[in-house]
Design a binder for this molecule. Structure first.
Ligand code: MG
Length: 242
């Protein structure tokens, strides 16, 4: 009987010791590496962001052929100059957090669907998050604002009316390749006016107007803004390589 009691006591003490180790709060505390300090004042780019447009300066952008950006800065906005071609960032990017604001003018009532203030934000020069006046303007849903064009409609339509500024916050993970083979596809998360509209969406390949996309190996590449021959406005464009 005494022996049984001793064994039971020992077992209890062991259990208590294990419990004490298991529930020591410090065991699960991580103290390093210490995250870098980033200041993020309201309405301004975070201190570690690369500013691509500050309201005046177009020097972070070029035309496709490398010549100076043919769009114009007006009243703090970067304005599409219809027919002059897309803008490409001089710098190339892979994984990024991208913030930009955009605005569409009052619609020309003769325009509908894809013709109404169309533009776009291309990650790595290939993968388009659609910019379009999607306020009371039906079109195919994987072509409306905040869609991954021709691949994924937005979860909801968070579009504000024309002449109001909209925000996009985009988190993009670049695809990876081994030789010509894709190993991991591109992933994109998008918040439109603070509303989640793409949640870790897997891309099937580069954006195509016609046909099914498929990957071709590539490296880091510019961010591209689309000239779809409509005057769309952009401002406060900044990017954080991840
Ligand atoms: Mg577009």
């Amino acid at each position: 009987m005494k022996r049984v009691l001793l064994i039971a006591t020992a077992a209890l003490l062991t259990a208590l010791a294990v419990a004490a180790i298991q529930y020591n709060p410090a065991d699960t505390e991580l103290w390093e590496p210490v995250p870098a300090v980033v200041s993020a004042p309201p309405g301004q780019p975070p201190s570690d962001a690369i500013v691509l447009f500050d309201g005046r300066d177009l020097s972070a952008w070029t035309a496709r052929d490398g010549t100076p950006a043919p769009w114009r800065a007006a009243d703090g906005a970067l304005v599409v100059e219809p027919g002059t071609g897309d803008l490409l960032s001089r710098e190339k990017f892979c994984d990024v957090q991208l913030h930009l604001e955009w605005m569409v003018p009052e619609p020309d009532p003769t325009t509908t669907g894809q013709q109404r203030s169309n533009s776009g934000v291309f990650l790595q020069d290939r993968y388009e998050v659609q910019v379009l006046d999607s306020y009371q303007n039906p079109t195919y849903v994987n072509g409306q604002a905040a869609s991954v064009y021709k691949q994924a409609p937005p979860l909801v339509n968070a579009m504000r009316p024309p002449t109001q500024w909209q925000t996009y916050d985009i988190i993009f993970t670049a695809p990876t390749f081994e030789g010509e083979q894709v190993v991991t596809p591109a992933l994109v998360t998008v918040l439109h006016n603070g509303v989640l509209v793409q949640n870790h969406t897997e891309l099937q390949g580069p954006t195509l107007f016609i046909g099914k996309p498929s990957y071709k190996a590539h490296g880091c590449a510019p961010i591209r803004l689309q000239d779809h021959r409509n005057p769309v406005y952009f401002r406060n464009i900044w990017v954080r390589p991840l």
